[in-house]
Design a protein around this ligand. Structure first.
Ligand SMILES: Cc1cc2nc3c(=O)[nH]c(=O)nc-3n(C[C@H](O)[C@H](O)[C@H](O)COP(=O)(O)OP(=O)(O)OC[C@H]3O[C@@H](n4cnc5c(N)ncnc54)[C@H](O)[C@@H]3O)c2cc1C
Length: 426
C-alpha cells in the first residue's frame, strides 16, 4: 500500500532526508506499539528504543504527515497560557512546575537536534506582539514575573517603537521578546527523529493505519495488512485520532489551522519586514504567527476553522490576515498554502495519561505542541520504563470532557470560538 503524499507545503518542498518506510504486511511481536508518526509518537519510540524496548511504530500516512509536518515552527516557552494566567488558575507552585516542564521540553529539542545532527534550521528568539489596548502592560508584567518568580531573565518588554523596529507592522502596540524561545523547520525535525529512531532499532511502518486494538495484555493492534502483538500501546494521533479511542476522544476538539508561504522576498525586503530569524506571534485568540524562512520567504499562519475539511482556497483564506498586518506585501505572490489539524482541550493544557490495561496517550497540546509533544514522548517512555515522576505532572491533572462529547462538542465550541475571535476584532 503506498503512503499518501505529503501536503503541498513549503516544508515538504524543502524536506531533508525524506525516505519511504515499508507498510506493515505481517504479524509481529514488540514490547511497545506506537500509533502515530508525529512528534509524540516519534519521540516516544526513540526514547523507548534507547531504553532497550523493542518498538514498532505504525503511521497511517507518512512520517510527519499530521500537524508535526505542517505547523508554524514556533517553539514557545512555557505553556499555551502565560504564567500570569497559570498562576491565577493553579497557584505559583504548580505554575512553576508547568513552566519547568516546558523548559525541559525546550532543552530536549536542543539536545535531540545536536545529538542526531538534525538539519532543521533551529533558530532562537520569539516576539509576542500585543494587538489590543486593553492588553497594554501585559508584556512588562509577564517579563517581570518570569525574571522574578521563574528565574527566567530572557524575556524583555518592548515599547511600541522598539517593537516596530523589529517587525514592520502598525498592528502591535507593544511587545515582548523572548531570546530563548525558538523556531524550527518542523517536518525536517520529524524526519530527523524518525531516522534517529530507526537507527536506535525502531521498526517504522508508513501507510499502516491502525484499525483497532484489543484491550488485553498483550494487546493486538490490527492494520489492513498486518498485526502487532505488544505489551504496551502508545497512542499518539492527536488531532487525527478520529474514532480510534473513544475513551479520550471527547477530551479534545480537533481544529484546522492554515499557513501560507510567500515567494522569496530578497534579503533587504525580508530584513525590512522582520529584523531577524526570530518567530513572531500575537495576542489574538486566533493567533497570527509568522517568521522568515532560511531562503527569506514569509511563512505566515493565521486563520482556522472548526469543521471537517479545509477551505477550497487556503491562500485566499489566510491572505487577508497577512495583509492586515503587512499591507506592504500586497504585491507578493504566495507560493504555498496548506492546512493542518491540531487538537485543543478545554483548559488549553495537554492531556497526557494512561488507560487500562496498558495504553499510554498524549494529545491536546492546544497549539503549543512542538516542544510539549516531543517531551510527552520522552516522559511516556520514562513512565513505561518505570519512572512516572514527570509523566504525573500532567497525568494527575483533571481534564474535562467537551460538553456533548464527540457528538455535540462542535456546535457549542464553534460558538465559543467564534465569540472569542470576534472579540479579537473589537
Ligand atoms: C497549522 C498548524 C500550525 C501549528 N503551529 C504550531 C506552532 O507554531 N508551534 C507549536 O508549538 N505548535 C503548533 N501547532 C501544533 C503542533 O503542530 C502539534 O501540537 C504537534 O505537532 C502534535 O504532534 P503529534 O505527534 O501529537 O500529532 P501529529 O503530528 O498530528 O501526528 C499524529 C499522527 O497520527 C497519525 N494517525 C492518526 N490516526 C492513525 C491511525 N489510526 N493509525 C496510525 N497512525 C495514525 C496521523 O497520520 C499523524 O501523522 C500547529 C499545528 C497546526 C496544524
Amino acid at each position: 500500500m503506498a503512503p499518501a503524499a505529503h501536503t503541498h507545503s513549503y516544508y515538504a518542498a524543502t524536506a531533508v532526508g525524506m525516505h519511504d518506510y515499508p507498510c506493515l504486511d505481517e504479524a509481529v511481536r514488540a514490547d511497545v506499539c506506537v500509533i502515530g508518526g508525529g512528534f509524540t509518537g516519534l519521540s516516544a519510540a526513540l526514547n523507548l528504543a534507547e531504553r532497550g524496548f523493542g518498538v514498532v511504530l505504525l503511521e497511517a500516512e507518512r512520517i510527519g504527515f499530521g500537524a508535526s509536518g505542517r505547523n508554524g515552527g514556533l517553539i514557545g516557552s512555557g505553556q499555551r497560557q502565560d504564567v500570569i494566567e497559570m498562576e491565577r488558575q493553579f497557584g505559583l507552585a504548580r505554575s512553576r512546575e508547568f513552566w519547568n516542564f516546558a523548559e525541559a521540553a525546550k532543552s530536549d529539542i536542543r539536545e535531540r537536534v545536536a545529538k542526531h545532527v538534525i538539519d532543521c534550521d533551529l533558530q532562537e528568539g520569539q516576539l509576542l506582539g500585543v494587538h489590543k489596548k486593553s492588553y497594554l502592560g501585559m508584556a512588562a508584567e509577564t517579563a517581570k514575573a518570569l525574571a522574578e518568580r521563574y528565574g527566567y531573565p530572557h524575556a524583555r518588554a518592548l515599547g511600541r517603537d522598539e517593537t516596530r523596529a523589529l517587525v514592520a507592522t502598525d498592528s502591535f502596540l507593544e511587545g515582548m521578546y523572548d531570546a530563548k524561545a525558538m523556531t524550527i523547520h518542523p517536518l525536517n525535525y520529524a524526519l530527523g527523529l524518525a531516522s534517529a529512531a530507526q537507527a536506535a532499532g525502531v521498526r517504522i511502518h508508513e501507510a499502516s493505519r491502525v484499525l483497532n486494538y484489543t484491550r488485553s495484555s498483550p494487546a493486538v493492534v490490527t492494520t489492513a495488512t498486518g498485526q502487532v502483538k505488544a505489551d504496551f500501546i502508545v497512542l499518539a494521533c492527536n488531532g487525527y485520532l478520529g474514532k480510534l479511542e473513544p475513551r479520550v476522544a471527547g477530551k479534545i476538539m480537533p481544529i484546522n489551522n492554515f499557513v501560507v508561504t510567500t515567494e522569496p522576498l530578497g534579503e533587504s525586503r525580508a530584513h525590512a519586514l522582520i529584523a531577524g530569524r526570530f518567530g513572531v506571534h500575537d495576542t489574538r485568540f486566533v493567533v497570527n504567527y509568522f517568521r522568515l524562512s532560511a531562503d527569506r520567504r514569509l511563512i505566515f499562519g493565521g486563520g482556522e476553522n472548526y469543521r471537517a475539511g479545509f477551505p477550497r482556497d487556503i491562500a485566499a483564506f489566510v491572505r487577508p490576515n497577512m495583509r492586515k498586518l503587512f499591507p506592504q506585501l500586497a504585491d507578493v505572490a504566495i507560493d504555498y498554502a496548506w492546512g493542518g489539524t491540531l487538537s485543543v482541550t478545554l483548559r488549553r493544557l495537554p492531556h497526557i495519561g494512561r488507560l487500562p490495561p496498558n495504553l499510554y496517550f498524549a494529545q491536546g497540546y492546544s497549539g503549543h505542541g512542538i516542544s510539549i509533544a516531543n517531551f510527552a514522548g520522552r516522559i511516556i517512555a520514562e513512565a513505561i520504563g518505570g519512572s512516572a515522576e514527570r509523566f504525573d505532572v500532567f497525568s494527575s491533572l483533571p481534564v474535562h470532557t467537551f460538553p456533548g462529547g464527540t457528538l455535540l462538542r462542535y456546535p457549542g465550541m464553534v460558538l465559543g470560538m467564534l465569540y472569542y475571535s470576534l472579540k479579537d476584532r473589537l
